[in-house]
Design a protein around this ligand. Structure first.
Ligand SMILES: C[S@@+](CC[C@H](N)C(=O)[O-])C[C@H]1O[C@@H](n2cnc3c(N)ncnc32)[C@H](O)[C@@H]1O
Length: 295
């Protein structure tokens, strides 16, 4: 699987993995960051990889390199502390969270993450979860829909989109991404000049965040990371959305004030010009890293 890990060199520089240390990769994906970490923690260091998406776990089971050095768990990172205890994994020197969506989900999962493909409205990372984008679109009330488009997507025409969804679904259920794209398109004023980003970007992003409870998961994992890290252990978070980055920034600041964390990135690290040229999807990434002071 062709996957380019975002800010790989910067993650390694700031996490600073050393021989025989152990790390947790909370968003294993295709293991790009894990691979880079493993190179540095040879010969006896190990990585606990957590991944919520069953399809990726299946793929990894047959393709994974360094089998003996990676413990791969199919779960949500929101259960970090339990997973670490269950696997009896430690001592932990560093934790990575790369909370974006991978190109696999967008391009080949068939789960409706992309507004450019006509697929069922699903958007779940975890295919065993009950809540889907279809349920939100067809069953959540209009106010709640407007709230998520506004809050998670910062969509100016959130109310119009919610109203049009309510109108269409009173006649027929909304099952596919293209049905939704058409509704979103009609929610913009005729005179509106579309910008560079596709007009459905913000609404789709909002739905994905709501389906997977992404902001709460991030809020809940951060204190757990502090609990399981060794003294001087480091936590690195790559966020792609301003709301996610704000959660990390706030948490780091509060913990630094209480002398529990030292912030290692005064300003978030962003991809170089060269990286964004090679991988345009990296352009909105922001990396923040902090180090435990007391444990
Ligand atoms: C941007 S990708 C990570 C890519 C990875 N760093 C790599 O180099 O291959 C984010 C991954 O996190 C997974 N994910 C999203 N939410 C999760 C959660 N709550 N727990 C565990 N994995 C999650 C997604 O399925 C996706 O594979």
């Amino acid at each position: 699987m062709n996957h380019i890990p975002v800010l790989k060199d910067e993650v390694i520089e700031y996490l600073d993995p050393k021989p025989n240390q152990n790390f947790v990769d909370c968003t294993f994906g295709f293991g790009g960051h894990t691979e880079a970490i493993l190179e540095k923690i040879k010969p006896n260091g190990r990585v606990l990889g957590i991944e919520w998406d069953q399809d990726k776990i299946k793929y990894q089971k047959s393709n994974i390199k360094n089998k003996g050095k990676i413990i791969l768990v199919n779960d949500s990172y929101v259960n970090l502390k339990d997973i670490v205890n269950r696997e009896n994994f430690g001592p932990i020197n560093g934790i990575l969270l790369d909370v974006g969506i991978s190109s696999f989900e967008v391009e080949s999962s068939g789960r409706g993450f992309s507004f450019q493909k006509d697929e069922p409205l699903d958007m779940r990372f975890d295919q065993e979860q009950n809540l889907t984008a279809r349920e939100i679109v067809n069953e959540w009330n209009e106010e709640e829909l407007a709230r998520i488009f506004k809050e998670y997507g910062q969509e100016r025409f959130a109310k119009n989109i919610a109203r049009n969804i309510a109108d269409v679904r009173s006649r027929q259920s909304i099952e596919t991404t293209f049905q939704l794209v058409e509704i979103i398109r009609k929610s913009f004023p005729r005179s509106y000049k579309f910008g560079k980003a596709h007009f459905a970007t913000r609404a789709f992003q909002a739905l994905r965040i709501a389906v997977n409870n992404e902001l709460d998961n991030l809020k809940n994992v951060l204190p757990q990371a502090l609990e399981v890290l060794e003294e001087n252990g480091r936590i690195a978070v790559i966020a792609f959305h301003s709301l996610e980055d704000a959660i990390v920034k706030k948490f780091f600041k509060e913990q630094a004030k209480d002398s529990k964390l030292k912030i290692l990135t005064k300003k978030p690290i962003t991809p170089s010009f060269e990286e964004t040229k090679l991988n345009p999807k990296a352009r909105s990434a922001k990396l923040r890293v902090a180090q435990i002071i007391n444990n």
